[in-house]
Design a protein around this ligand. Structure first.
Ligand SMILES: *[C@@H]1O[C@H](CO)[C@@H](O)[C@H](O)[C@H]1NC(C)=O
Ligand SMILES: *[C@@H]1O[C@H](CO)[C@@H](O)[C@H](O)[C@H]1NC(C)=O
Ligand SMILES: *[C@@H]1O[C@H](CO)[C@@H](O)[C@H](O)[C@H]1NC(C)=O
Ligand SMILES: *[C@@H]1O[C@H](CO)[C@@H](O)[C@H](O)[C@H]1NC(C)=O
Ligand SMILES: *[C@@H]1O[C@H](CO)[C@@H](O)[C@H](O)[C@H]1NC(C)=O
Length: 421
């Protein structure tokens, strides 16, 4: 009975505080251990001057910290998301001598962790990702991101292969090195894997073909070498595949064509060769095909372009292609960008290219196209310099028809060296 009265009194008391008082609001239910783990973890990143218990006595309640989100589990507040780095004016910026503290791993319900522009001092104070402790987050962490941290060096901890709840792993523009961590292939909930703009070397592991839930795979801007693993053809859910700006080589395997849902294929800036693989014709969903800056070679004529009816961007510049530009390219009704510059293309240009209803840029410069351009003034006027036909020494336009604002840039008028055939 006494106890009952006590509880009643307490409830009354809380009510009074809730309704009237703002003097002592330190009643938010949050485990002390969780609170201290949060303060200490943050202090490691932003510096010892930062005193969480002073500044933010109720971090999930009435003194929220920018970059910290909370949720209630079993009647208590827990931190679910922590994002460190200058995203907003009042975000948590990082100290020069930033450090990972093991308290980070004591956050029991952490789902999302991100670091932006935090580890920036690559010369004075580079830092590696803490190797141990991550396993404590294996039951909760769904999203992990390190972005724009040039001072973050070393390898990806092997323990990342145990973060079984992970759906998104994003490592963009850091100083990370070594081989791509193979055991990431264990993460069978992974939907987004972006490891771009680091210094990773070695091959793309065959095992990456096991991450079959993957929707986005971006390994661009590293130093990856070797050929494409055929197992990538197993990633049939994939929507975006970006392997651009590496040192990958060999043929484009026919297995790439198994990726029927792919909308973006970006392989620019590698050393791929062996011609345009026929199976690429079967990638019906493709909206952007960017193969520029590869010695792919072969001819452009025998590929059935009309099958790729969803193409919006087709960039085949600097790919050593030969042959005449086929009329079937003009049947790509959604095409906005056509890049064929700096190849070895020959022959006359079909005026049908102007009939593509969406086209906004056509670059054909740096080839060996011949004859007289037969587009309308309206077309030259609409595209301006986005119609690139310069550096085709044997190409002309019929200048009698033209007002000066509607001539193709950098092309000589008839009579020139072109054959008015
Ligand atoms: C924060 O400040 C309080 C008193 O204002 C002090 O007791 C505590 O030790 C400080 N914590 C840290 C981590 O500096
Ligand atoms: C993945 O692809 C490879 C090569 O194409 C194939 O041998 C293997 O059976 C595939 N694995 C699965 C699980 O589909
Ligand atoms: C491809 O996309 C379609 C339509 O969105 C979807 O029904 C199908 O399940 C996807 N295929 C794979 C393998 O994810
Ligand atoms: C590109 O690949 C070819 C073989 O196909 C090789 O001879 C050449 O050295 C490679 N170039 C670079 C820059 O790796
Ligand atoms: C370009 O084509 C013309 C005529 O077809 C040919 O005479 C010339 O040798 C070619 N130039 C180059 C650099 O291939």
């Amino acid at each position: 009975m006494k106890r009952f009265v006590l509880v009643l009194l307490l409830v009354l008391c809380l009510c009074v505080i809730w309704c009237y008082g703002e003097d002592d609001m330190d009643v938010t239910p949050m485990e002390q251990a969780e609170k201290e783990a949060l303060y200490s973890a943050i202090q490691g990143f932003v510096g010892n001057w930062w005193n969480g218990s002073d500044l933010y006595p109720d971090p999930c309640g009435w003194t929220p910290i920018e970059g910290v989100s909370c949720d209630i589990y079993g009647g208590l507040w827990y931190v679910t998301a922590l994002s460190i780095g200058p995203i907003h004016d009042n975000s948590l910026g990082c100290a020069k001598n930033v450090e990972f503290r093991p308290q980070l791993f004591e956050l029991k319900h952490l789902k999302s962790l991100s670091f932006f522009n935090c580890f920036t001092s690559s010369h004075q104070h580079p830092i590696s990702i803490l190797e141990n402790g991550w396993e404590k987050l294996s039951g909760t962490l769904e999203s992990l991101e390190f972005r724009s941290n040039p001072g973050l060096i070393g390898q990806v901890p092997t323990s990342y292969g145990g973060l079984m709840k992970l759906q998104s792993l994003v490592l963009i523009a850091n100083g990370l090195t070594g081989e791509l961590p193979r055991n990431i292939a264990n993460l069978n909930n992974l939907k987004r894997l972006v490891i771009s703009g680091n210094w990773f070397t070695g091959h793309i592991p065959d095992m990456f073909g096991q991450i079959t839930e993957l929707l986005i795979l971006d390994l661009s801007r590293n130093l990856l070498s070797g050929s494409l693993p055929l197992t990538l053809g197993n990633l049939t859910s994939l929507l975006k595949l970006d392997l651009s700006n590496n040192q990958l080589e060999g043929e484009l395997p026919k297995e790439i064509g198994y990726l029927k849902n792919l909308t973006l294929l970006d392989l620019r800036g590698n050393n791929f060769s062996g011609g345009l693989t026929k199976s690429l014709e079967e990638m019906y969903s493709l909206e952007e095909m960017v193969l520029a800056n590869n010695p792919i070679g072969g001819d452009i004529v025998s590929f059935e372009w009309r099958k790729l009816q969803n193409l919006i961007i087709l960039d085949l510049s600097s790919t050593d292609l030969v042959g005449e530009i086929p009329e079937s390219i003009a049947e790509l009704k959604r095409l906005r960008f056509l890049g064929l510059s700096d190849n070895k293309l020959t022959g006359n240009l079909t005026p049908k290219l102007a009939t593509m209803p969406c086209v906004n840029a056509i670059y054909l410069n740096g080839n060996n196209l011949t004859g007289v351009l037969k587009f309308t003034e309206l077309f030259y006027g609409k595209l301006g310099r986005r119609f690139g036909a310069w550096n085709n020494p044997n190409l002309c336009y019929p200048f009698v028809l033209m007002s000066t604002s509607h001539i193709p840039y950098g092309v000589k008028p008839l009579p020139g060296r072109c054959h008015a055939a």
